[in-house]
Design a protein around this ligand. Structure first.
Ligand code: HEC
Length: 191
């Protein structure tokens, strides 16, 4: 009786691969798939990192300042003395920041106030103030000033866009070390 596997040279080679090797490979492959199934989480993003992007991460920050600890710290050290820690200002010392059109409005105006100061009559939420604020932010680094202004715009119920370090840097360069405080009228000319 002739063996069909021996009828050609290639058939002879095939017949020499031991059957147990195929079984072993199959078992290994099966075990690998099983192991992957148990341990991989099937590439679900939640398994590999809790947050998929910066916006999602910020969603989970504790309320109040939007996770802006730096801005809060600078505010409490430098601005809260007059504007009050709760942003409501103090009679005859400083106007409120909560709901203020200067805080919620044009970033270019707001950034100028701590860089050069503000003096003379100014309307805040329908009330006139006539005091003077020194250039309290002139000595702060650009990123600290951006953080504190962002903190003011996003705390105590205020909701406005963040102020970036680049915006502060650009306006500081534009002012070129100006020491004369602005008046409210001058700021109104700034877009
Ligand atoms: C020494 C007290 C004092 C400190 C400290 C102070 N301010 Fe003021 N701030 C004032 C006064 C007074 C005014 C109103 C000035 C006027 O009447 O023309 C004012 C007005 C403002 C206004 C516009 C009006 C409003 O209430 O929205 C902004 C914005 C502001 N300050 C931001 C800041 C920031 C930012 C800091 C900290 C870097 C700061 N201030 C620190 C006294 C202060």
């Amino acid at each position: 009786m002739s063996n069909p596997m021996k009828s050609s040279a290639t058939g002879e080679n095939l017949a020499q691969v031991p059957v147990w090797l195929f079984i072993l490979l199959f078992v290994l492959l099966f075990w690998g798939m099983y192991y992957f199934d148990q341990n991989s989480g099937w590439f679900n993003a939640h398994v590999y990192s809790p947050y998929r992007n910066v916006a999602e991460l910020q969603l989970y920050q504790p309320a109040g300042g939007g996770g802006n600890d730096r801005g809060k710290a600078v505010y409490e050290n430098v601005c809260a003395l007059c504007h009050n820690p709760d942003g409501n200002g103090k009679p005859n010392q400083a106007p409120p920041l909560v709901g203020s059109e200067w805080v919620l409005g044009s970033p270019a105006r707001m950034i100028r106030i701590p860089l050069a100061g503000l003096a003379g009559p100014v309307m805040v939420k329908g009330q006139e103030w006539n005091l003077a604020m020194p250039a309290m932010g002139a000595a702060l680094p650009d990123d600290d000033l951006a953080a504190v202004l962002t903190y003011m715009r996003q705390s105590w119920g205020n909701k406005a866009s963040a102020i970036t370090t680049e915006q502060v840097k650009a306006i500081r360069a534009e002012l070129g070390g100006r020491s004369q405080p602005f008046t409210a009228d001058q700021l109104q000319q700034v877009p």
